[in-house]
Design a protein around this ligand. Structure first.
Ligand SMILES: Nc1ncnc2c1ncn2[C@@H]1O[C@H](COP(=O)(O)OP(=O)(O)O)[C@@H](O)[C@H]1O
Ligand SMILES: [Mg+2]
Length: 242
């Protein structure tokens, strides 16, 4: 089986609202898959279901051969799905190193091993110079980078990135793309929500377009950008809320 993730008919209802409805897609091993769609399309809701923050109303999620549909977030993290949050979750009173260590402790209970893994992650993520600094002093780009480091430190097979480039300058985005590609080159599959279309189309093998909780299109960047429904509903409709 080549897919690291298979999502079938993922549906999440919040009282009267269908935040996700009938979402079916897969992520192949080693793939980078982009998730785009206007605000409120249901992108973060999908990530919350995949990472066990809440459970699906209907549908199933198979990760690396295991049905994780009903598992909690801790178990899912242990199985190998790491995620970042749209609003960075770093504990600002802790240092960069301590924050990354929290992620590493999902990967191992051995403190020495966790520290070593955290150090390696910090190095890969280009945060070594800031390791001993409190997270509170980081700028937006550094906070986003720490968020990736925290998630990557859990040693994921699949990393879910929720708008890790929002608020970054063009130069910072280039650096962030380099980091994502570096992590991917280490064998980590990536599912990334991203508003910046240049970035999504450049780094993604395939792109999922969500609109009003449903899949509007899935395909290569070329396929989705030439898809008429996508052009009408999203790309051409002035809704590109970058
Ligand atoms: N925990 C929740 N309770 C109720 N409604 C929610 C909850 N989370 C998200 N929603 C609603 O689901 C819809 C999709 O939200 P979200 O997944 O955050 O969209 P996106 O990430 O694409 O901007 C929105 O209408 C949002 O208000
Ligand atoms: Mg969101």
């Amino acid at each position: 089986m080549n897919s690291i993730l298979q999502v079938n008919d993922a549906t999440k209802k919040f009282s009267g609202l269908m935040a996700n409805e009938g979402i079916t897609f897969h992520v192949d091993r080693g793939e980078i898959v982009g998730v785009v769609g206007p605000n409120g399309a249901g992108k973060t809701t999908l990530f919350n279901s995949l990472s066990g923050v809440h459970q699906l109303t209907r549908g199933s999620i198979i990760f690396d051969g295991t049905d994780i549909t009903k598992l909690n977030s801790h178990k899912i993290c242990k199985l190998g799905i790491g995620r970042t949050f749209q609003i960075p979750q770093a504990i600002v009173t802790l240092t960069v190193e301590e924050n990354v260590l929290i992620g590493a402790l999902c990967h191992t209970n051995n403190m020495k091993e966790a520290r070593q893994h955290a150090d390696e992650t910090i190095e890969v993520c280009g945060l070594a110079a800031l390791a001993k600094k409190p997270a509170s002093i980081l700028n937006v780009a550094q906070k986003k980078r720490l968020e990736i480091a925290r998630a990557y430190a859990t040693d994921p097979k699949l990393l879910l990135l929720d708008e890790t480039m929002a608020g970054l300058t063009a130069t910072e985005r280039v650096e962030s793309v380099k980091l994502i590609e570096k992590i991917n080159a280490k064998g980590v599959s990536i599912l990334m929500i991203e508003h910046n279309m240049d970035v999504v189309m450049r780094v993604s093998n395939r792109v999922i377009v969500l609109d009003a909780g449903k899949v509007l299109a899935i395909g290569t960047p070329e396929e989705v950008t030439s898809n008429e429904a996508v052009i009408n509903a999203y790309l051409g409709g002035g809704k590109k809320d970058a």
